[in-house]
Design a protein around this ligand. Structure first.
Ligand code: S3P
Length: 442
């Protein structure tokens, strides 16, 4: 746990209620990580607003401070990064501790492979079980010297001073973290680094590199960078995180009488699987006031309660909604008929095994949910009351909190401290919108 002494944080969610009003959820986690990384390596001062002050992003920020970057903030989402240039990072005095954050470790492994110094990176119990071979294999092809535990998990040790060469890599899985890792290593490699993805994944790294003045070549599912360039500081306005907005979208879609507007949400086409899937299920969802902020499309999202129906989730939507399935499973539990998810085996290696942990929680609440190796089959019906274990997974805890809106009795959710990794202030905001959540210990 990122807070080992707090892993007994319990959410008690009272049954019933509806969501209403206008709220802005915190900043996008993926974009916030990248803003610190690229801002640190840029020449000049990068001003960030809307930065997510969650534990995962603070882990990234602290890592760059430990490598000698002067960073002011965060203060109400404002961060000022005094970039040190591509070759200005310094060896940290001790291993970098990255808590629960897989994104920090995987993206940093690529960046660290290009440095002159050695680095060791470690994480909490969950991160220590997550697969790193997916980044170490291609990094080795580039000439990096990286070590993991015998099972390919953290701690990850990167040896400095290794010349890297560009590669042409076909990713075996649709992963933005692997793609980003290799592009970041590619900034330091001789020649060109190209990554081809089997299906589109979030493209925040490519967009932000462009925003920092770095040329990125995109052709179909392939993206390439030429090593040896420079980054120029810029301004970054981080939109609200669609993955955090998801809990409220699902809550409003399932709870009778709900009508909520989620403000300034990032609607990058590589992230809107949740909108597409909820619409296929019949949700009443409108995108209002579509505009652009800092190279990313944003909109206000209005969601009203409606009748949901079970669907077969199109596999091409899976990478575009990869973090949203815990909440989507709750929507499926409230839909009429059967919802079938396939092609989502990646869910088994997230902060928890999200297929097993969600199925266990749904079954504990009386829902007909059957896990499969690569997805789940859920028969919609009534959600009962009871106790579920989030296994320290932030998105599982928040998803079951929303389930209480339609449950027949209270839902108790254990091991919730990690909600702070992505959504500080969740309980207050959720209660303001209409949930009845209390936290133990208060
Ligand atoms: C992320 C990519 C996704 C996602 C994670 C954040 C990113 O992981 O699950 O929360 O910021 O690049 P994968 O790329 O491994 O699917």
């Amino acid at each position: 746990m990122s807070n080992s002494n707090e892993n007994n944080v319990i959410f008690r969610a009272a049954p019933g209620g509806k969501l209403s009003g206008r709220i802005r959820v915190p900043g996008d986690k993926s974009i916030s990580h990248r803003s610190i990384m690229l801002g640190s390596l840029a020449e000049g001062v990068t001003d960030i607003s809307g930065f997510l002050e969650g534990e995962d992003n603070i882990a990234t920020l602290d890592a760059f401070r430990a490598m000698g970057v002067r960073i002011e903030g965060p203060d109400a989402g404002r961060v000022t990064v005094h970039g040190v240039g591509m070759h200005g990072l310094k060896a940290p005095a001790k291993p970098l501790y990255l808590g629960n954050s897989g994104t920090s470790m995987r993206l940093l492994s690529g960046l660290m492979a290009g440095q002159k110094f050695d680095v060791e990176m470690s994480g909490d119990a969950s991160l220590s079980k997550r697969p790193m071979k997916r980044v170490t294999d291609p990094l080795r092809l580039m000439g990096a010297v990286v070590d993991t535990s015998g099972t390919g998990t953290p701690p990850l040790k990167v040896k400095g001073g290794q010349p890297l060469k560009g590669i042409d890599y076909m990713m075996p899985m649709a992963s933005a973290q692997v793609k980003s890792c290799l592009l970041l290593a590619g900034l330091y490699a001789a020649g060109k680094t190209c990554v081809t993805e089997p299906a589109p994944t979030r493209d925040h790294t490519e967009r932000m590199l462009t925003g920092f003045g770095y040329a990125v070549e995109r052709r179909g599912n392939t993206v390439c960078v030429q090593g040896g360039g420079r980054l120029k500081a810029t301004r970054i306005d981080v939109p609200a995180d669609i993955s955090s907005a998801t809990f409220f979208m699902v809550g409003a879609a399932i709870a009778a009488g709900s009508d909520i507007v989620l403000e300034h949400v990032g609607i990058n086409p590589t992230r809107i699987g949740v909108i597409n899937i909820l619409r296929l299920m019949g949700a009443e969802l409108e995108l209002l006031n579509e505009r652009e902020a800092g190279g990313e499309p944003v909109a206000d999202i209005r969601v009203r309660a409606g009748k949901l129906k079970g669907i077969r989730i199109p596999e091409d939507q899976v990478p575009l909604a990869i973090d949203e399935f815990p909440a989507l499973f709750i929507a499926a539990a409230c839909a009429e008929g059967e919802t079938v998810l396939t092609g989502a085996e990646e869910l088994r290696v997230k902060e928890s095994d999200r297929i097993q942990v969600m199925a266990d929680g749904l079954v504990a609440l009386g829902v007909d949910a059957r896990p499969t190796p690569d997805g789940m089959v859920i028969h919609g019906g009534r959600i009962g009351s009871g106790q579920v274990d989030s296994h320290g997974d932030h998105r599982i805890a928040m998803s079951f909190a929303m389930a209480a809106l339609v449950a027949s009795g209270a839902i108790t959710i254990t091991d919730c401290a990690n909600v702070n990794t992505s959504f500080p202030g969740f309980v207050d905001l959720a209660n303001k919108a209409g949930l009845g959540l209390t936290v133990d210990p208060a």
